[in-house]
Design a binder for this molecule. Structure first.
Ligand code: 5GP
Length: 235
């Protein structure tokens, strides 16, 4: 295995966790970096599974000891990727998958320029709002928080062009297949092995999500966010 690093970012409510879980359950030798955070556990989350939960003092001690590959303040809480996950994945000969925000991704793109980055987008702003409202009913989240997540989403989406691949999460099964194709095709490219017909199909599926190949598909999505931002300004 090649020791690749895959970075996945997405606005809150894009369905990223479901996609990441689908990917992890179907691709071998792909370690998941469990981040550290100062936010409290949500719903059925468990320490060591979704996150390691620490207080701000402990997080700041970890920063001082240079234990993070990257870290960022997201929605008022610290989140960070521990350096040891990358070392452990390398030792095992596995690839590493990071689910981090756009700030963390841009830090890593400097320190790990070969990392493969994937940005997940909702089909449009209205669909993102519907998903956030549906989830908020389960989590008992206030309207103001949904509004803030929508504003943050619009800002995060402005960073789409810094990513290698863009995945529009319209239909779940297709999106999981595309995500798998991206990971497997990157492995194939790095292995240098001759390609079978099946490999070529995988590569073709992944290439559909390469940034230059999705520019047209992106226009209406970006426009839906831009329209609501300019509406907010004039209100
Ligand atoms: P949530 O609290 O909803 O699980 O995550 C909020 C945001 O923090 C998501 O965009 C998620 O990708 C991001 N995030 C999770 N772990 C990390 C991390 O280790 N570093 C950075 N920079 N962002 C993270």
């Amino acid at each position: 295995m090649s020791g690749l690093v895959f970075i996945i970012s997405a606005p809150s409510g894009s369905g990223k966790s479901t996609l990441v879980n689908g990917l992890r359950s179907s691709v071998l030798a792909l370690d998941f970096s469990v981040s550290y955070t100062t936010r409290p556990p949500r719903g059925s989350e468990l320490p060591g599974r979704e996150y390691y939960y620490v207080d701000r003092a402990e997080f700041e001690r970890m920063i001082a000891r240079n234990e993070f590959l990257e870290c960022a303040d997201v929605f008022g809480n610290y989140y960070g990727t521990a350096r040891r996950f990358l070392d452990e994945a390398h030792l095992r000969g596995h690839d590493l998958l990071l689910d981090i925000d756009v700030q963390g991704a841009s830090q890593l793109q400097k320190s790990l320029p070969d990392a493969v980055s994937i940005f997940i987008l909702p089909p449009d702003r209205d669909e993102l709002e519907r998903r956030l409202r549906r989830r908020s009913e389960a989590e008992n989240v206030e309207n103001a928080i949904i509004e803030r997540r929508l504003r943050t989403a619009a800002k995060e989406i402005e960073n789409y062009s810094k990513y290698n691949y863009i995945l529009v999460n319209d239909r779940l099964e297709e999106s999981i297949d595309a995500l798998k194709a991206i990971v497997l095709s990157e492995r194939l490219k790095h292995s240098g092995a001759p390609l079978s017909e099946r490999d070529k199909d995988l590569l073709a599926n992944a290439e559909k999500c390469l940034l230059p190949n999705v520019k047209e598909r992106l226009q209406p999505i970006l426009a839906s966010f831009a329209a609501s931002a300019s509406q907010a300004v004039t209100e």
